[in-house]
Design a protein around this ligand. Sequence first.
Ligand SMILES: Cc1cc2nc3c(=O)[nH]c(=O)nc-3n(C[C@H](O)[C@H](O)[C@H](O)COP(=O)(O)OP(=O)(O)OC[C@H]3O[C@@H](n4cnc5c(N)ncnc54)[C@H](O)[C@@H]3O)c2cc1C
Length: 418
Amino acid sequence: MNVLSTTGQVLRAKRDTDLADVATSVTAGESPANEAADLRRRTETVAATAATHADEVDRAARFPQEAIAAARSQRLLGIMVPHEFGGEGAGMSDVTDVCYALGRACASTAMIYAMHQTKMALVLRHGRGNAWHQRLLRRVCAEQLLLASSTTEGQSGGDVRKSAAAIETQDERITLERAATVISYGQEADGVVTMARRAPDAAPSDQVLVVFLKQDYTLERLVGWDTLGMRGTCSSGFKLRATGERDQILPEPYETIHLRTMMPVAHLTWSAAWAGVAAGAVERARLFVREAARRSNGQLPPGAAHLTRANASLRTLRALVASAVRRFEASDAAALESVDFQTAMNLHKVNASELAIAVVMSALQASGLTGYRNDSEFSIGRALRDVLSSPIMINNDRILANAATSSMLSGVPASLRD
Ligand SMILES: Cc1cc2nc3c(=O)[nH]c(=O)nc-3n(C[C@H](O)[C@H](O)[C@H](O)COP(=O)(O)OP(=O)(O)OC[C@H]3O[C@@H](n4cnc5c(N)ncnc54)[C@H](O)[C@@H]3O)c2cc1C
C-alpha cells in the first residue's frame, strides 16, 4: 500500500520538465511479489554491510558511512516516493521492515534510516503538489539524498509543539536561525527538515515545517555527541543558519502535519528499529545458549529460561509494531486525527520502547557474564546501550503526562474487539 493513499492525498504529479526523467529501480509492470523479494534482497545487502561495521561505528561514535553508502547504492532512500517521481511507491510496512532488518545489524544505521524516512513521509504527504517539493522527491530518488531532522530546540527538550526560532520573510526569500539541541547526522546529511514559528510575531505553537538543502545552510557546532548508545547517529547540537525560497515551506500548518504524519510515522519507524535491535540481541542470546548446550553435552545453561522470555516478549513487540503499522495504513485523514488514534500511536511509542528494553534485558540474563562482556562474540552490551535511548527520544514521561487527560476521559472498552 502506498503511504500516500492513507490520507487520500494522491499527488497530482505535473511532470517537471526541468529535470531529466530518473531511472527507477523497479521495472514498470513487475509483480508485487517480485518487488517485495527485490526490496528484501537489497535490504539484506545493506544490513550485511551495517553489521560488518557496527562495532567500529559504536566504538568511534562515527557515522555509519559504509552502511549509508550501501543504502544509497541499493536505492533504499527514496523507496516511498511514487514511481512517477522515480521511486518505488513502497508503503509504511515496507519501510518499517527495512528499519527492523537494519536494527538487527546496527541500531544507528536503522535510526538514521528511520529518521530519514519520517522526513520523506512529511514531504510526500504534505508537499501537496508544490513544485519545489516535487523536485526534491525526484532528486532524493535520483541522487539518493539523505534528509536529517531538526525538531528539538534550545531548552525546550522534547516539546515539538512549540518553537522559539521564527521564519523571517522578505519578498520570496526566507531565513531561519535556530539553536538545534541535536541534529542526528547533521554534518553528513544532504538536507534538513526543520520546524519554526511561522513569523516573528507568531505564537510558539503556530509552526511550519521547512526543508533546506545543504547549500542553503551552515551549521556551527554547539555540542558534541558522546553518549551511552546510538553513538553512530552523530546527533551533535548546532546553530542552524538557513536561507531559501518561500516555496520550501510545506503548505500545510505543522499542527496537521504532526497529527497525520510526523508523530505516527516517527513512532512506527523508531519502534521498528528498536524491535530490530531487540531481535539482534535475542539472536545473540540464542547462539550463546546453543553453544553452551553443545559444550555441555546438550545440558541447557541455567539462564536458558530467560531466552524463552526474550522470545516471548519479542513476539509481542513485533506484533505490536505490525498492528500499529496496519492501523496507520488503514486510516484516512479523519481517523488519523482522532483522539483515539493519537493516543494509540503515542502510547505505542511508550509500550514499544519499554518492551524493547525488556527483551534486551532478558537476552542479557540468558547469556549472563558472557553477554555482559564487551569482548565476547555474544555481547549484549551494544544492543542494551542503544535500546536505552528509546524512552528518551520524545521522553516517555512527557508522552504519558500529555495523555493523562484523554486517559481520564475515555472509558475502558466493553469488548475485546472494540
Ligand atoms: C538517539 C537520539 C537521536 C535524536 N535525534 C534527534 C534529531 O535528529 N533531531 C532532533 O531534533 N532531536 C533529536 N533527538 C532528541 C529527541 O527527539 C528528544 O527531543 C530529546 O531526546 C528530548 O530530550 P530530553 O529528555 O532532555 O527532554 P525532555 O522531553 O524535556 O525531558 C527532560 C526530562 O524531563 C522529564 N519530563 C519531561 N516532560 C515531563 C512531564 N510532562 N512529566 C514528567 N517528567 C517530564 C523527562 O523524564 C526527562 O527526564 C534525538 C534523541 C536521541 C536519544
